[in-house]
Design a protein around this ligand. Sequence first.
Ligand SMILES: Nc1ncnc2c1ncn2[C@@H]1O[C@H](COP(=O)(O)OP(=O)(O)OP(=O)(O)O)[C@@H](O)[C@H]1O
Length: 225
Amino acid sequence: MHSLPMQPLNLKVDSVALSFGDRYILRDVYLDCKQGEIVGLLGRNGCGKSCLLKIIFGTLTPQYKYVSINDQYIRRGFIDTRIAYLPQHNYLPRGMRVDQLARTLVAEKHWDEFAASPAYIMHGQKQTDKLSGGELRQLEMLMILYSNADFILLDEPFTHVSPVQSDVFKQQLRKAAKTKGIIVTDHQYYNIVDVSDRIILIDNGYTRHLSDPEELVRYGYLSRM
Ligand SMILES: Nc1ncnc2c1ncn2[C@@H]1O[C@H](COP(=O)(O)OP(=O)(O)OP(=O)(O)O)[C@@H](O)[C@H]1O
């Protein structure tokens, strides 16, 4: 991948408020992510992690949000493919060949690197419904990482993935973060703590910007480290 520009782009997400009916999910959420860093997002089941990623991407409209890149307001992140998003559940259509899908998702400038990845070499000629959950997840994540977007949102990329494969994932994430900003969430908190430069916890609708992973215990996300 290419090198980071002199002035890294900065994605800012501010004042997010989301409720469904009279139930508040997110009350006052603030986070930012610069090109070149990985921000880990943690929180209990149902605290609003997936909703927040969809709001940043632009497919979920909350009561209020302010999303910008270098202080330029972004109404919907998916427009102009500035932001790419790996949803929690598999997104590649069934019954199509991996290489055909990859040609539409992977940026031309990243193609050679993507095509050299062991997962693509092994499975590129196969149909998506002939792959295991973990094989599919890895290819889905690589296609998002090697897209044109400057910012990447990943919702549970480690699900279905074995420990050794997760280590490969983390190397791929770090490599992609040389040119992109990445926000990643997963319940495998140890992988998130390991791969991230910073951790943000969603707690009762608010974002807690942690200075030390030990604070996950203080906020009751973990019973112990
Ligand atoms: N369209 C919707 N209508 C009503 N409630 C919703 C809707 N979408 C999500 N919710 C609720 O909002 C809350 C936050 O959902 P979200 O999927 O963001 O949680 P999460 O933190 O990603 O959870 P998990 O870790 O279990 O995946 C949940 O309680 C969910 O039931």
